[in-house]
Design a protein around this ligand. Structure first.
Ligand code: FRU
Length: 472
């Protein structure tokens, strides 16, 4: 690899969260407390590998100004000594009540899993209270983790990722009246009997009277779906908490880019369902990230709002993101073969595009173009397949990801570029593709090509985006 001068150019994002050093993965414990959104996350601070996991924290009132990242939960107790694994939180008795998985490995290599309680008071003081669930229920393996707590009808509940003895992914439900004594209610019964070997990081939310179960199944493969090593998706339907039965439709993936996993949701004080994901994947490819040379790896996604429209789930960048916009550039109704403009260029920007078929068969958008490299986003109006292609980049993992869309004569793309993080919202967030990319310095141009005849840029709006701040 070429010597990269990190002082002049680096891949640190401007409005996506990256760790100052070390490795981050899942967002954890999302809650709104005393005027701040608390965003905890899995953090191994001492290197770029999946080592002993701590919990880090950033806080924000507005998703623009954040506190400096700090370590809040340390694996220094008998019940979490091999990692403070993922978990969630709820505000109760004036404190943040955190439930997380204490990971413990025995000498023989086998694993124990404790579901532990910690509280954080208004002074920010954290107190560990130890395990509230010590045992793994009969019929399940020690892959038992990631409790997500919620309150419903005078009772506290958590759902937790599990693996049955026959090595099938499952979600179990527990309940408690006092938050200390927890009882197993049962397995959430779905129609997904044989659907991967482990379900991690479950989330439950009700939006507009529909119940949504989000989880991250491991061990699925198909052509247009499940292209990553691990998946994250959801089912929508009706959850009967009394008998733990979930009647639902098809499992759908939340994000079809290269880097998205283990999202967590939060219902905020305004009633919004906000979701943040880990923009990463624990597989061989993460070792190819060039930021390892700079001592850090991975990112969180932008915060997104989940909304239902006509029974379908859409993801929208949070309203707050608009505050990052700088001067707007826009054009409309441009018939084109090949379009570019020097104003539409940069490392951190938002690009909104409506492309119409007109006389074309499809188009290709080149992003991060320069130095003989680019990211390609192609769509064809015949097969209706969208392809994101990283093969023409010099650094980082390569490959393509594709989505089959419904037939149509125009497509809407909302693209968020942020140095090494790219999020593409398709058709108002009906589909999303999130990916890490590692352009060289100067690879920052955009070009739109029409294939097989002229296309029409119905609408193009572009804003350079300013960065968020970590102020302490
Ligand atoms: C998901 C996950 C969780 C676990 C955590 C450990 O990425 O494997 O199941 O709690 O990461 O960091």
């Amino acid at each position: 690899m070429e010597n990269i001068n990190i002082r002049e150019y680096n891949w640190r994002c401007n409005y996506h969260f990256n760790p100052p050093f070390g490795l981050i993965n899942d967002p954890n414990g999302l809650c709104y407390y005393n005027g701040y959104y608390y965003i905890f996350f899995q953090w191994y601070p001492y290197g770029c590998k999946h080592g002993l996991k701590h919990w880090g924290l950033i806080k924000t009132k507005d998703f623009i100004n954040y506190s400096k990242p700090e370590i809040v939960l340390i694996p220094d107790s008998w019940f979490d000594r091999d990692g403070c694994y993922s978990g969630s939180s709820i505000v109760k008795d004036g404190k943040i009540q955190v439930l997380y998985t204490g990971n413990v490995r025995k000498e023989d290599g086998s694993r124990l899993s404790y579901q532990c309680l910690a509280t954080i008071d208004e002074k920010g003081e954290l107190k560990k209270h130890g395990p509230v669930v010590e045992n793994i229920p009969q019929g399940y393996t020690s892959h038992f983790r990631d409790p997500k707590v919620f309150f419903y009808n005078d009772k506290y509940y958590f759902i937790i990722g599990a693996q049955s003895d026959s090595l099938k992914g499952r979600v179990l439900l527990y309940s408690s009246v006092d938050f200390k004594n927890w009882e197993m209610e049962g397995e959430i019964e779905t129609e997904l009997e044989d659907f991967g070997y482990m379900w991690e990081c479950p989330n439950y939310v009700n939006i507009d009277d529909k119940d949504i179960l989000i989880f991250s199944p491991q061990g699925l493969e198909e052509e247009f779906r499940f292209q990553n090593t691990y998946q994250s998706g959801y089912i929508i339907g009706k959850f009967n908490i009394e008998d733990t039965k979930f009647f639902h439709g098809e499992f759908k993936e939340l994000d079809k880019g290269f880097d998205f996993y283990a999202p967590q949701i939060l219902k905020d004080h305004k009633g919004r369902t906000i979701m943040i994901g880990w923009m990463g994947m624990a597989d061989e490819e993460e070792k190819l990230h060039p930021t390892i040379d700079e001592g850090w790896i991975h990112s969180l996604t932008m915060a997104r709002e989940l909304v239902l429209d006509n029974g379908e789930l859409y993801q929208r960048p949070l309203e707050e993101m608009k505050k990052l916009r700088k001067e707007e550039f826009s054009v409309e109704d441009i018939v084109f073969d090949n379009w570019k403009d020097e104003k539409v260029s940069g490392y951190s920007y938002e690009l909104l595009l409506v492309l119409e078929k007109y006389k074309s068969e499809g188009f290709e958008i080149k992003l991060s173009l320069g130095n003989n490299e680019y990211i390609s986003l192609k769509y064809d109006f015949i097969e209706n397949i969208i392809i994101l292609d990283r093969n023409n980049m010099s650094y980082g993992p390569k490959g393509i990801r594709k989505i089959k869309l419904d037939k149509k004569d125009s497509i809407k793309l909302h693209i968020f570029m942020d140095k090494s993080a790219l999020e593409i919202y398709i058709d108002d967030g009906r589909e999303v593709m999130s990916s890490r990319i590692f352009p060289k310095e100067g690879s920052k141009n955009v070009e739109i090509l029409s294939k097989g005849g002229q296309g029409n840029i119905k609408k193009l709006r572009f804003w350079p985006l300013q960065g968020v701040k970590y102020n302490g």
